[in-house]
Design a protein around this ligand. Structure first.
Ligand code: SF4
Length: 459
């Protein structure tokens, strides 16, 4: 690791708002004139390719209370019947979609995200899984994953998830320190975390992930090291270490975050650096931007073999080219279209109760979008752009495709972030810290994006 080059000055110079590129083009570029008819068009195209495997995502937005730092599309309720009504709507959405694409499409990846998926009672969990299993052919050896809150529910909820075939589970931790937990409005004792983790281990989930967040108020270098040590003592298969993005203008609940002792950008960067050193020192491999996995984990293997993929659900080894998404705010990515459902629960439900697909915005990717998306994904996942990629998939030499971009990357090469090889551009270890900045050079829309506050800082 070229630590000497990681100066504060460098961090300051490159720390600016920028996308995380879970999609390209990014969501602010998408059009609100895109609606149900456009999505139906995408579904008909998918129907014409019945052998292509798909991924499924279901958004389960319910939480018992709203954490102040939360950046998810979540809704607070204590009433279980609210979930029943929501599942009625998801069922209608499934029926509208499968009426076009047909039933029993092969699914290689299924993910339930939230919100808090384990907010669902065992009966609701079985119902939702049944709705999916009766309409899709879910490969038992696929990635079947779920997010869970250690503070919610009983052992039985974890048992039901495992029994239904979920083989990967991700538990939210964020930080073990009580000062930090108070500042972010999420109290979670170490006992709650370790108990939920122990149940997941005992049940035999193939992979257990723990989520951390760095850059939270109250975190210090020593407190974050303590949290990392507690995480390592549990020995999860994977660890996600996300950067906290404080954007109260877009996430009003974040106004409740106690910002009086927010770390400086330099401290925040140090926390991330310490995470990388501590976790890789303990035998984990650094995956993509902010994930870590044991070297035998399939994500680590895929990274070494340069076949890691990324979609709205995160990093994956499953190269399904279509993602169907269900539920409020869920985003699909299929046949060259992005489509997002209504982010308001009431509107989402009203559309479905009226028999309409609840899509409210989206984007049809042009050939240029596809080309740039490929390049950005290759860089974000595998930290290289083989020149052959533009030739084999788009019939263009890398100069024809990205001549201007390569020129703009020269200063990054001078900084030591990028190596220009004979047959590829490679991101150096140092350059990985600035990967979002590098990818921004491939973004044709960024220059026209008038509201950079929509994006978090790149570092
Ligand atoms: S952080 Fe998680 S548990 Fe907290 S409100 Fe957001 S989605 Fe719910």
């Amino acid at each position: 690791m070229k630590e000497a080059m990681l100066s504060y000055d460098l961090v300051q110079r490159y720390n600016r708002p920028g996308p995380r590129y879970t999609s390209y083009p990014t969501v602010p570029v998408w059009s609100h004139t895109f609606g149900a008819a456009d999505y139906q068009r995408a579904l008909h195209t998918l129907a014409a390719h019945p052998d292509e495997p798909i991924s499924l995502y279901v958004h389960l937005p319910f939480c018992k209370e709203r954490c102040a730092y939360c950046g998810c599309n979540a809704t607070v309720t204590r009433r279980s019947e609210v979930v029943d009504t929501y599942l009625d709507c998801v069922e209608r959405e499934l029926d509208l979609v499968t009426a076009i694409i047909g039933r029993q499409r092969r699914v290689v990846q299924l993910h339930w995200g939230g919100g808090t998926p384990n907010f669902l009672t065992p009966a609701q969990t079985r119902r939702l899984f049944g709705l999916l299993a009766s309409r899709f052919d879910i490969a038992p050896d696929g990635e079947i994953s779920v997010e869970a809150d250690p503070r919610i529910g009983s052992r039985e909820r974890f048992e039901v998830l495992h029994e239904l075939g979920f083989n990967r589970i991700s538990l939210g931790v964020q930080d073990f320190e009580s000062t930090v937990q108070v500042a972010i409005g999420r109290l979670q004792s170490a006992d709650q975390t370790t108990a939920a983790y122990a149940v997941c281990r005992e049940l035999g989930f193939d992979s257990v992930n723990l989520d951390l967040v760095y850059g939270l108020p109250g975190q210090t270098a020593s407190s974050f090291e303590r949290t990392l040590k507690q995480i390592l003592a549990l020995a999860p298969d994977r660890i996600a270490c996300f950067s906290y993005a404080h954007m109260p203008t877009f996430r009003p609940n974040q106004k409740r975050v106690d910002t009086s002792f927010m770390p400086t950008p330099h401290e925040k960067f140090e926390f991330f650096k310490v995470s990388i050193e501590t976790l890789t020192g303990a035998g984990y491999e650094w995956i993509g931007m902010d994930h870590f996995a044991r070297s035998e984990d399939e994500l680590a293997v895929a990274t070494r073999e340069r076949r890691l993929h990324r979609n709205f659900m995160g990093y994956t080894t499953q190269p399904a080219s279509h993602l169907l998404a269900f539920g409020m705010s869920a985003i699909g990515d299929l046949t060259g279209f992005y489509a997002q459902n209504d982010v308001k629960l009431g509107q989402y439900q009203r559309s479905l109760q009226a028999g309409q697909l609840p899509v409210v915005r989206g984007h049809q990717l042009s050939r240029d979008d596809q080309l740039r998306r490929k390049a950005i994904n290759a860089l974000m996942c595998n930290f290289e752009l083989p020149y052959q990629l533009t030739v084999s998939e788009f019939g263009l030499s890398v100069d024809e495709a990205f001549g201007d971009v390569l020129e703009r990357l020269r200063p990054f090469a001078d900084e030591g972030f990028v190596d220009f090889g004979v047959d590829r551009i490679s991101i150096t270890h140092l350059g990985r810290f600035f990967i979002r900045n590098i990818c921004m050079e491939f973004d044709a829309y960024l220059k026209t994006e008038t509201n950079p506050a929509r994006f978090s800082k790149t570092i």
